[in-house]
Design a protein around this ligand. Structure first.
Ligand code: VGL
Ligand code: ZN
Length: 201
């Protein structure tokens, strides 16, 4: 059983959004077109309370894209984005949300960020997705979405470590690319045993 995992295709990560990823909207139509090829479709949704600790505005004197030390390790500070219930947190209007079997939200705890669909940034607080996939008999995942070097990367590495056969369709992801983060993500995913695909593979 093979699941299509669509990471954070939300307004704030698309052009015009608070943390816009260049070309983020280009992947929506092809992601929809492939949904019917898989046994399960899961969407993730970045879902932060206002004043979230990953927002630069929550830290006096800090600007977006600075890195601070959190109890769980280094954390990039972001512009306010994907605030629960706001339009920026909504899925891109073109995404075929009706086809999703499961929508999993992450980043809802004020004091901790969550890039991965499986574990929050302390790398130990589970989101519950692992149990959901296993109890449905799913052993292979193909990930797509935003952003390649953050939420897709962390989700894919965790998936491979959890024992899923894990693929990323790089052509259906788009990156933020901060200080070489895209290249680092590609080598990290490869090292973790993730298969990087461009088109069908
Ligand atoms: C993401 C930064 C902050 C992502 C989410 O979806 O890649 N990046 N929150
Ligand atoms: Zn976020």
């Amino acid at each position: 059983m093979h699941a299509w995992i669509v990471i954070d295709v939300q307004n704030d990560f698309c052009p015009g959004g608070a943390l816009a990823v260049p070309g983020g909207d280009e992947i929506v139509a092809p992601i929809n077109a492939l949904m019917s090829k898989f046994d399960a479709v899961v969407l993730t949704q970045d879902w932060h309370p206002s004043g979230h600790s990953s927002f630069a505005t929550s830290h006096d004197g800090k600007s977006p894209y600075e890195v601070i030390e959190m109890p769980y390790g280094p954390q990039v500070l972001w512009p306010d984005h994907c605030v629960q219930g706001n339009d920026g947190a909504a899925f891109h209007a073109g995404l075929d949300v009706d086809r999703a079997d499961l929508i999993i939200r992450k980043g809802f705890r004020p004091e901790i960020d969550s890039y991965s669909a499986f574990f929050e940034n302390d790398q130990s607080t589970p989101t519950g997705l692992d149990g959901y996939l296993r109890s449905r008999g799913i052993s292979e995942l193909t990930l797509v979405g935003l952003a390649t070097d953050f939420c897709v990367n962390f989700s894919a590495v965790d998936a491979a470590r959890l024992g899923f056969k894990t693929n990323v369709r790089m052509d259906l992801c788009r990156a933020i690319d901060l200080d070489g983060s895209l290249a680092a993500a590609q080598s990290g995913m490869t090292q973790a045993g993730v298969t990087l695909l461009n088109g069908h593979g």
